[in-house]
Design a protein around this ligand. Sequence first.
Ligand SMILES: [Zn+2]
Length: 458
Amino acid sequence: MSCYKIPEGCCNEIESMLARFWWGSNARERKMHRLSWGRMGKAKNKGGLGFRGFSVFNKALLGKQCWRILSDNESLLSIVFKSRYFPRSDFMESKIGFQPSYAWRSLFNAKDVMELGSRWLIGDGQKVKIWKDNWLLEQGKFKVWSPVKNLPQDAPVSELIDRDTKNWNRTKVFNTFNLYEANQIINIPISWRLPEDKRIWHWERNGNYSVRSAYHAIQDENNRENPEASSMSDQRLWRAVWNMHVPNSTRNFLWRLARNILPTRGRLEQKGVNLDPICPLCFSETETTEHLFMRCPMVQQLWFISALGIHIPQHVSLAQWLQQWITSSDKVASHLFSITLWLIWKGRNQLIFNKTTFCPVSLANEISNFSAEFLIANTLKIKSVRVSELESWEQPNVGTTKINVDTGCFQNGTTGWGYLAQDHTGMVSFAATHLEKISISPLLAEAMALRWCLHQLL
Ligand SMILES: [Zn+2]
């Protein structure tokens, strides 16, 4: 699987088998699939269950071989494929060739994975072509879009670097690129050692290819082509569902409820199942999720006498109501709310399948007891706001100097820093400040400030 592309039909068959297993089908009986496998394969914070897509996973594994060919010219794999398929170009410019082997065909098909995350880390800029290679930091768009101007089409990035000051030639950068890209370029830090340029994998901190990050990059790209609305509030809801302080089975239930795939009678009737769709608790209306959890008179009694004492709001939909309670900052209330929903569903199932009665009073007691036992067994960790202690300056040893550095990243696109060098008595021996017209992360700013400070002092 990591060397050859598995045929699409075979991947689809394996995914169908997994889906049949998940929804409980067997040789004798076929169960209803209440959500497509594609949606279940979405990440948990996007409303899915995070199942790996077989074909995409295969591609991410093949991408690892492509990465080895790209990043290590000396490896046997790279030498063999280069001599056979791309003797006079590099891997990214290679063609499928005449009578290719299945292994080469597989890798060739996974070559586009490299475009999704492989980019250059600029050192001296000699190896990297400005308009051809991936080298900008913008996520998902590593190539320059500004039209070719002032410099030849295949000019290297080193043309934009001033080797004397070891910094970007700002005038040239702003004259050649549009303002947006020019700002991106000048914010790329340049090492004063001007080392060789290095190819890195953008989606990992250490710059090495990983199948996991490549899988997500391919999935994100596919989702961009077939977008499904997933707003920030949706993502908050999914995160809250999976982080809820309740048993795993309750989280799973909440996911199914929020996804609206619970097999209520109304929903089963919609899907063509021949049954009576009337609510089994009140026998007055069709059993939809909104009726069962909010509007049914029996359930409204339960919400009122439960520990939460809720009056069901009139003009709020179930989706809005769930969003409001599940993402509540009151962790105990959202825990009780979730347990109540879950036990309503269990109580309704026992009524249908075991012919028990649905009694709001005994169910309210059951909710309180279950919740109390769960909270005792699994102590609810509520994050307390830690008041940080004020750090006081500690003097250095006699005969040594202590340097303190601090930085500030400002909204007007500038970054500033300063340092203070003091001896053991607190006497200031050096102090300086500096302002750069760049906009970078606070962590990078700290590193650049330290480098600048040491350069000034040594
Ligand atoms: Zn009802």
